[in-house]
Write a protein that binds this ligand. Structure first.
Ligand code: C2E
Ligand code: CA
Ligand code: CA
Length: 561
């Protein structure tokens, strides 16, 4: 059973506004076999009904002369608020001379009093509703061609229709996502990715049809599902997971579900899906959990996040964002030499105190605000290089982090060069750290951007190498100047021989490619010695220093003079 087949159960609603009971009844009687009818006896009452989001009217039949607020006044208000563009209004009048004024105010047609034959009136209402819905939806596709599920606009439209009819029943908003979907595309090709999406979508459609839910592919591998409240989603997860059985012979495809349950849909429905998504995101890094329910803790986190988003501009203005610097030491010589520093942001919030970047960087990465923050850090770092250059007559290059979003921004190169110009620096003074996972994601675009930046003279460091999906192969084919080994690598090399062997291999390949290696997160003398013995070029970590504010960094420079 397809969802739209049960749609006629949901009759469209017509609002009749007329103060004379007899008129209301006559016209209401004509229409009630086909439509749900709501009555108002003047403009004021009509406005109240229109204001209530639970109501959705497909048409308004409006009398002109009424007490309290007449039809003209109501039309004027609807005209000003733009409401006449989304709900068609037919004016019922005996007065031909009023027509021009009504048309100017946005009414679409007239029914003359005394009323015509019922069939004529019904046909007129039908046609106008059809015309209007067609006009509003004409540019939107109803179904996603890959999965057969609804597209976003239709999905939310149908939800609104469902909600007008089942407003008291608790419902669930569900978010479904495939783990590391981009990897399936990357490793096995888009065709395989499409097949996984298709199978999952078809299964979701089947579930929706069996339980009168409604499903949608919102984009890429993100699906929404809306249904009556249910206690447990593990059966649904199993069913959906089974849809991959035919296509996961190389790589086990897994799913994650986030649920915002027991909602009474009087607020913006999109909010509940945002919550379902944030529940899902909260278990992203936990391989033991596949279902997560939105709860108070997540609600508080989402309120906290909203505060951080709100406060970012003020934080920049008030200097609450402080750039710390962590030294990187060259260790090939007998005595370690200060080579450069990494700029790492800190937020000293007036209310929450020091907030670690782990709390706000992923948040700003997910909504694009990271660009603003990065730009700020780059500017501060450039000023710092200039300041130390003038003060000590020595250049300490600083590495700054460049986020994914920055890479896809066509103004990146220009902005970076502008910063150099303003601070009279050369490109080799500002090094750019790009995380390894950005390399894996869309190598073609990234290579293009990185090549341009390298042509300008910037040095590119591949950050977090070994933390994710890197292959040794990547090293030979991608344009990089420096390789930064993730601290997980350093930690693991202490515990097992295999990891140490891997590290040795990476160091060998890098040597062969003439790419210097930075080891990150080096904390102990033991780690330092292992790395030094195996020819690692540069070390960054608590062994030398934590990231510190610029004034605490100065002694590291002074020690070298
Ligand atoms: P990252 O770029 O990998 O930075 C290294 C992180 O490791 C820093 O954490 C640093 O304080 C920490 N670290 C350094 N040495 C040691 C060590 O020996 N032991 C341990 N346990 N940790 C060490 P931090 O400052 O908390 O930054 C976390 C992440 O936040 C960074 O990881 C980076 O991805 C991001 N981040 C920080 N500042 C910025 C920024 O300005 N822009 C962007 N886009 N991301 C930033
Ligand atoms: Ca970094
Ligand atoms: Ca790193």
């Amino acid at each position: 059973m397809e969802y739209f087949k049960i749609k006629p159960k949901y009759k469209k609603n017509i609002l009749i506004v007329d103060d004379e009971i007899i008129n209301r009844e006559i016209i209401g009687n004509f229409l009630q076999s086909k439509y749900e009818i709501t009555y108002a006896s003047n403009g004021n009452e009509a406005l109240e009904l229109l204001d209530n989001k639970k109501n959705k009217f497909s048409l308004i039949l409006l009398d002109l002369f009424m007490p309290v607020m007449d039809g003209f006044e109501l039309l004027e208000i609807m005209n000003e608020s733009g409401l006449v563009k989304s709900i068609p209004v037919i004016v019922m009048t005996a007065d031909k001379s009023a027509e021009t004024k009504c048309i100017k105010l946005g009414s679409i047609d007239f029914i003359t009093k005394p009323f015509d034959l019922p069939e004529v009136i019904i046909a007129r209402c039908d046609r106008i509703i059809e015309f209007f819905e067609g006009k509003n939806l004409i540019n939107i596709v109803e179904k996603d061609s890959l999965t057969g599920l609804y597209t976003k606009d239709f999905f939310f439209e149908y939800i609104r229709q469902i909600n007008t009819l089942t407003s008291s029943e608790p419902m669930d908003a569900v978010f479904i996502n495939i783990d590391h979907f981009h990897l399936i595309n990357e490793l096995y090709g888009r065709e395989k990715g499409d097949l996984a999406l298709k199978n999952l979508g078809e299964k979701l459609l089947a579930i929706a049809n069996n339980s009168l839910g409604i499903g949608c592919r919102i984009e890429s591998d993100n699906f929404y599902y809306y249904c009556k409240h249910q206690k447990d989603y593990s059966d649904m997860l199993k069913e959906l997971q089974a849809s991959f059985e035919c296509c996961d012979n190389h790589h086990k495809i897994t799913l994650r579900i986030g649920v915002c349950s027991n909602i009474t849909p009087d607020e913006e429905i999109e909010l509940f899906f945002d919550r379902a998504k944030s529940a899902c995101d909260s278990i992203k890094n936990d391989y033991t959990k596949h279902i997560s329910y939105f709860n108070n803790e997540l609600k508080e986190a989402s309120i906290f996040n909203a505060r951080l988003i709100d406060d970012l501009d003020d934080a920049i203005l008030n200097n609450d964002l402080i750039v710390y610097y962590q030294p990187k030491y060259g260790i090939l010589s007998d005595v370690p030499i200060l080579k450069s520093a990494e700029a790492l942001i800190r937020w000293n919030h007036p209310e929450f105190g020091m907030i670690s970047p782990g709390k706000f960087i992923p948040l700003f990465e997910s909504n694009g605000l990271i660009q603003k923050l990065d730009q700020y850090v780059w500017e501060q770092a450039a000023k710092q290089i200039k300041y130390w250059k003038e003060k000590y007559n020595i250049t300490i290059p600083i590495s700054v982090n460049v986020s994914r979003v920055d890479i896809y921004d066509s103004t990146l190169e220009k902005r970076l060069n502008q910063i150099l110009l303003e601070n009279e620096l050369s490109a080799s003074d500002l090094m750019l750290e790009i995380t390894e996972s950005a390399y894996a994601e869309n190598a073609a675009i990234l290579v293009n951007v990185v090549n341009k930046l390298r042509n300008d003279g910037f040095k590119i460091e591949m950050d977090d190498f070994g933390s994710g999906y890197s292959s040794l192969n990547m090293l030979t084919s991608l344009p990089i100047d420096i390789l930064k080994i993730d601290m997980i690598f350093i930690r693991n090399m202490m515990n097992d021989a295999k990891s140490l062997k891997m590290l040795e291999l990476v160091l060998d390949i890098a040597k062969f490619l003439h790419v210097p290696v930075v080891a990150e997160g080096v904390e102990t003398k033991e780690q330092f010695t292992i790395l030094k013995d195996r020819g690692c070029d540069i070390i960054q970590g608590y062994y030398f220093s934590k990231p510190v504010p610029p004034e605490e960094f100065a002694p590291f420079i002074e020690a070298m003079l």
